[in-house]
Design a protein around this ligand. Structure first.
Ligand SMILES: Cc1cc2nc3c(=O)[nH]c(=O)nc-3n(C[C@H](O)[C@H](O)[C@H](O)COP(=O)(O)O)c2cc1C
Length: 331
């Protein structure tokens, strides 16, 4: 089974991906947050930094593109192929109110005829591998049948399904019935994505879908970067031999090392306390929930305006609290 890091705009930057990869169980693929191809202009400098080959050494990175214009997609995909990338991913899931009304991201799902023309054009003109990451519709899951039939007309590298509709955003439960049907009928490998926050969640999913080729992890891994190790059972032997308490201490230490490395890497790459703190606070939105009694520390971290205040809040958290590892989050 393959594990992928989900694209999370603003969070799973090349800095995050590299820091994660150097410290925790490596992912089989890392998807970049969406890049927006601009006609004839290429990418912004932030986007270029994210995909520069020297910033992604040793990682299997799949750049993701967000557009509904085939010519822009083709132009950007060719640039990526020239930079050495072998696969690109189409974003058909972004639920944002600034993206959807333009018929992009999940908004593209409301225009199946245009979507089919778009896929037809990109598949006929490009030779690199193309995968799709999709929601199951705009408003209701019944939309997915027709969309799925369109996807099946093309030689997708894989189909990553986040089985929610756009209207759900991240509320309600992923629709496992719709996912299951697609998983069983898809000609290309189907990858599951959504709400895997603990080893128990993954075991339940695999129990339901034996032979699942891949799972993409998003908020769960940001909240608990040790999640994949726990899911893959890498540390299981130690846990079963009664070293659970020691493991929790080790986990706290590893969280701290990871935090410190991420903080340092952002400081080196971005400079400017404001930018660095902004990035770290986005990660803490998720990671703080892995700690006991975290609410007070969450406030301290959120209101920190200097590196000193931030450092004091984070040190207090690591000194006074523990990592729970319960996998129950409210995002
Ligand atoms: C803050 C945030 C940013 C996201 N950015 C992207 C993105 O750039 N591209 C994309 O396809 N999905 C994006 N997503 C969706 C995630 O990739 C993923 O599909 C979603 O979080 C569900 O998976 P999870 O429950 O494992 O987090 C984003 C989600 C969040 C919460």
């Amino acid at each position: 089974m393959n594990y992928y890091l989900a694209p999370l705009e603003g969070i799973t930057t090349y800095i995050y991906r590299n820091t994660y990869h150097s410290m925790f169980a490596p992912m089989d693929k890392y998807f970049t947050p969406f890049l927006v191809p601009r006609p004839k202009k290429g990418f912004s400098s932030r986007e270029l930094n994210d995909i520069l080959p020297e910033h992604n050494q040793g990682l299997f990175v799949v750049p993701q593109l967000l557009t509904n214009r085939a010519e822009d997609f083709i132009y950007a995909a060719r640039m990526l192929a020239d930079a050495g990338y072998g696969e690109v991913n189409v974003n058909l899931g972004c639920p944002s109110g600034t993206v959807v009304p333009k018929g992009k991201g999940a908004g593209f799902l409301a225009h199946p005829a245009e979507l089919e023309r778009f896929l037809d054009e990109i598949f006929s003109k490009l030779t690199l591998r193309i995968s799709v990451k999709t929601r199951i519709g705009m408003e209701c899951p019944e939309e997915f049948g027709a969309l799925f039939r369109i996807f099946q007309k093309f030689p997708l590298e894989e189909l990553v399904i986040h089985p929610r509709v756009r209207e759900d955003y991240y509320k309600n439960q992923p629709n496992l019935t719709v996912f299951g049907k697609a998983f069983r009928e898809s000609k290309c490998p189907a990858c599951y994505n959504g709400d895997i926050f603990s080893r128990g969640d993954l075991e339940k999913l695999l129990g339901e879908f034996p032979g699942l080729p891949a799972v993409m992890l998003g908020r769960g891994i940001i909240a608990n970067p040790a999640l994949l190790e726990e899911c893959a059972g890498i540390s299981l032997a130690a846990r079963e031999s009664g070293e659970a308490q020691g493991m929790q201490a080790g986990k706290l230490q590893k969280f701290q090392q990871f935090h410190d490395a991420l903080f340092q890497n952002y400081q080196e790459a971005l400079g400017g306390d404001r930018n660095v703190l902004f990035k770290m606070k986005e990660v803490w939105t998720y990671m703080i929930q892995s700690f006991t009694n975290y609410k007070h520390y969450a406030k301290q971290i959120k209101k920190a305006e200097t590196v000193q205040a931030y450092g004091a809040a984070v040190r207090g958290l690591f000194r006074e609290q523990e990592v729970t590892g319960h996998g129950r989050f409210s995002f």
